[in-house]
Each structure stands twice: as structure tokens, then as C-alpha cells.
Design a protein around this ligand. Structure first.
Ligand code: PGA
Length: 263
């Protein structure tokens, strides 16, 4: 399977947003758009990642829609199971609440909350072992890019998790390439630069697992309706992880529509 034959994923990362009433309205508007202008599941998988407190509510609200929209957790504990770990939510507890997807290794977790490669590995392992699908985020800083270390940094992040993902588990890993300098800044990697990195990531994945050829590799970092078509046209960009623009139902819908129709 070539990169462009993969069903794209468009996932909205709501981060620490929005207030409850706004979240309810956002989901309602998204459902309405998907009802009025259908995007078939076979054309694009769609997911949203609300704050953990809202996972169940959002999931219940989405379940009444005319197509599947997955509810995705933004993070999970590095501790598995249950126990005396104040404030934590394990992979098993997410799964028990009907959540099947989780982001791991987002640069905000790595940079602000100290998620080191070792911690990220524990989270990936716990999530995969509990039966979740992981959206594994990688990406270089501006400094690393300017020093010519972008590719090496990202490929190292891919290699990092190879020790915890078993051969038959790679089908439950989706990679999201998010150059840190493009997140929330309005700056997007050019489609050519993004495609070049995605091709390198696919090459790296393919050296680890034969599934590398069929894995979805999403782009993230200031994706918006205005740049979605160009990004979607790149053969190894199999979807988008969308932050800011996912807080507006119409923008998010348009991005999903771009990927569904360009792929
Ligand atoms: P952004 O965020 O779209 O607001 O740049 C993307 C992300 O952090 O996942």
C-alpha cells in the first residue's frame, strides 16, 4: 500500500479548551455539518480530543450522530492499572470508559510537563497493552531545525518507541508529525518540507515494521482550511492533527472535507 492509499485521519486536539457549554455547541455544530454534508467513514476517520473531564459527555453526544466520530484522550498515566496514584488516569480506566484512542508525546507534554522519552515510552506501552490506539506525536524545535537536526530528532523519536511496541501492535499506532515551531504559531511547514519529513518517517517506520507502509502519518501545526488541500495532496501526509482550528466546527469540518476529497 502506498502512502496515498491510506484512509486519512483528521483529529481535533482541543487542548485545555473550551468551557462546557461551548464544547457542547461545538459538538452539536460538527454533528450538524456532518449530517448536512456527509463525509463517509471510508473517506476520512474523524476524531476529537476534549479535556479528560469531558470525554464521556462528548462521546455520548457524538454517539447520536450519523457517522462515527472518535473520542480521543489527550494523555494518560505512565502508571498502568488502578491504585493509589492521585490525579492520574490509566490506559485501563480510559478503555473501561469506552475510550479507544489517546494522544501520546505531544510537544506540550514533553516541554511543559516533563514527559521524557522514558515516560513517553511507558505511556505508549500502557496504552497499546490496554488495547488503545496511540496517536504518537513527534517533532523538532526551531533550534533543531536551524541546526540541521530536524530529521535526526524526529527519527530518534520514532526509534524511541520501537522497544515497547510489539511486532503485531504497530497497526494501533498512528504517527503525528508536528514541528514545534509550527504549533499555534500560524506558521506551517511548507507542503514540500512536510512531505519530505513524512517520507523520512515512513522510511524509518518501514525499517522497524512492515506495517510502516500502511501506517497513517498525520501532519500537525497550524493546519487550517486554507492550507489543508495542499497538505492533503502530499502522498505521505495521511491526515491532520488540528489544534486551534478544531475549536471552530466549520473550520474543522472543512479540513476533514479537504482530506476526504483530496486523498
Ligand atoms: P495548532 O496545534 O493547530 O493550534 O497549531 C496543533 C497541535 O498542537 O496538535
Amino acid at each position: 500500500m502506498s502512502g496515498s492509499a491510506i484512509t486519512p485521519w483528521v483529529v481535533g486536539n482541543w487542548k485545555m479548551n473550551p468551557m462546557r457549554a461551548d464544547a457542547k455547541q461545538l459538538v452539536q455544530e460538527l454533528k450538524q455539518l456532518l449530517q448536512d454534508h456527509v463525509i463517509d467513514e471510508s473517506q476520512c476517520h474523524i476524531g476529537v480530543a476534549p479535556i479528560s473531564l469531558a470525554l464521556s459527555n462528548v462521546q455520548a453526544q457524538l454517539s447520536a450522530g450519523n457517522r462515527t466520530v472518535y473520542t480521543v484522550a489527550q494523555d494518560l498515566s505512565r502508571i498502568a492499572g488502578t491504585g493509589a496514584y492521585t490525579g492520574e488516569i490509566s490506559a485501563e480506566l480510559l478503555k473501561d470508559s469506552g475510550i479507544d484512542f489517546v494522544l501520546v508525546g505531544h510537544s506540550e507534554r514533553r516541554e511543559i510537563f516533563g514527559d521524557s522519552p522514558a515516560i513517553v515510552n511507558e505511556k505508549v506501552k500502557n496504552a497499546i497493552d490496554a488495547g488503545l490506539t496511540v496517536i504518537y506525536c513527534v517533532g523538532e524545535s526551531l533550534e533543531q531545525r536551524e541546526n540541521g537536526q530536524a530529521e535526526q530528532t524526529v527519527l530518534q523519536q520514532i526509534c524511541d518507541i520501537a522497544s515497547v511496541v510489539q511486532a503485531d501492535q504497530w497497526e494501533r499506532v498512528v504517527v503525528a508529525y508536528e514541528p514545534i515551531w509550527a504549533i499555534g504559531t500560524g506558521k506551517t511547514a511548507s507542503p514540500a518540507d512536510a512531505q519530505a519529513m513524512h517520507a523520512k518517517i515512513r522510511e524509518g517506520l518501514s525499517q522497524i515494521t512492515p506495517m510502516g507502509q500502511s501506517m497513517a502519518i498525520l501532519y500537525g501545526g497550524s493546519v487550517k482550511p486554507e492550507n489543508a488541500v495542499e497538505l492533503a495532496a502530499c502522498p505521505d501526509i495521511n491526515g491532520a492533527l488540528v489544534g486551534g482550528a478544531s475549536l471552530n466546527a466549520e473550520s474543522f469540518y472543512k479540513i476533514a472535507h479537504a482530506f476526504a476529497n483530496t486523498k
